[in-house]
Design a protein around this ligand. Sequence first.
Ligand SMILES: NC(=O)c1ccc[n+]([C@@H]2O[C@H](COP(=O)([O-])OP(=O)(O)OC[C@H]3O[C@@H](n4cnc5c(N)ncnc54)[C@H](O)[C@@H]3O)[C@@H](O)[C@H]2O)c1
Ligand SMILES: O=C(O)C(=O)C[C@]1(C(=O)O)C=C[C@@H](O)C=C1
Length: 366
Amino acid sequence: MRKKVLIVGLGLIGGSLAKAIRAAHDVDITGYDTNQESLIEAKSLGIIDHYTAVISDSAKAADFILLAAPVNSILEHIELLSKIDLKPGVIITDVGSTKRQIVNKAANVFQGRCTFIGGHPMAGSHKSGVSASQPNLFENAYYFIVPDTIDKTKEADQLQTLLKGTHAKFITVTPDKHDDIVGIISHFPHLIASGLVHHLKEHPEQEFNLRNLAAGGFRDITRIASADPVMWQDIISNNSDIMLKLFHSWEEEMGRIKTMLMSNDRDQIKTFFSDAKAYRDGFPQKEKGAIPAYYDLYADIPDQPLAISDITRLIGEADLNLTNINIIELRENIFGVLRLSFPTLQQREQAMAVLSNNNYKTYLND
Ligand SMILES: NC(=O)c1ccc[n+]([C@@H]2O[C@H](COP(=O)([O-])OP(=O)(O)OC[C@H]3O[C@@H](n4cnc5c(N)ncnc54)[C@H](O)[C@@H]3O)[C@@H](O)[C@H]2O)c1
Ligand SMILES: O=C(O)C(=O)C[C@]1(C(=O)O)C=C[C@@H](O)C=C1
């Protein structure tokens, strides 16, 4: 019999997981989402087999339940599931970006009656919704597996087998360790990115229309500020104690920079940048999670009508999956640069070949 999977929340992550699971297994997938349109779209794309407006019957029949809604909705669903008579042996997991409250809540309400193993794939996007989902979103990304204190090796293996189509690299950590790690690498940077946008928005020189002048650098560093506010509201409020701890070290860092500028010591300024560059350049290039979120290709575009549509047509005809497109700079009568993002290295290489064969100049900037 085909195993039954219930996915609660069919957005970017739920939809991408459904696609990855389907790619590796012949399973029966039911979707539940408060947004009816997501369900209809998921069904019509063949991501799910069925959808439901109430989860109880599908939950009772499920072998695996994946909670992929925002963090607070995951907490609500854990509570709800604890009141349903679930199938013996069912494995429940989630993808929420914080883990202490989720794993604790599950341990408290399930009381060992069924298996809950927290999860968190370290890949994503500032885009949301099932239409942005991709089967290979998690390829080579780290995927945190976060059991509670009870030994759940056998069930964790079963979960990883279900998720093998993600081609992610599983790493087991405690809830405390998880929230500390993602605090520094994901949540705190998100606060800073949104803070930088506010900083620009509140700047007095608004008659120069600063947001139009903000070029590639500002756009790159603030890309994640375009992510879904509800998702981030839940993440930050669940991890606020760790954010507050990180503010101490951040303020110290800002203080060091300020002192360096006040002394205007040119050697020290150079060392500041060269140390940061050396550390960042040492990040693994071909793995997702750290950098790059996508595989970016840059192409010169002449200031001619239809140049962009010609490039996207060539990429579409080659059956390549363009995950993002961004015009870095385009002024009259000069070349602009188009940043094209692809989900895999291989697709980027194919796009490079297609564009070069059609006389477009392309670059990498990894
Ligand atoms: N986006 C990322 O980069 C990323 C990466 C890893 C983990 N996560 C985590 O994954 C989860 C989902 O994020 P996403 O990016 O897929 O968001 P998304 O907005 O694309 O999808 C969330 C889906 O959940 C649905 N939903 C909201 N409340 C619900 C409820 N009460 N019951 C059922 N469905 C509900 C929404 O309608 C939406 O379809 C979040 O917990 C987030 O923290 C996100
Ligand atoms: O690539 C992005 O846009 C993301 O923000 C992805 C990102 C991250 O911070 O790296 C965001 C939240 C998740 O919990 C995991 C991944």
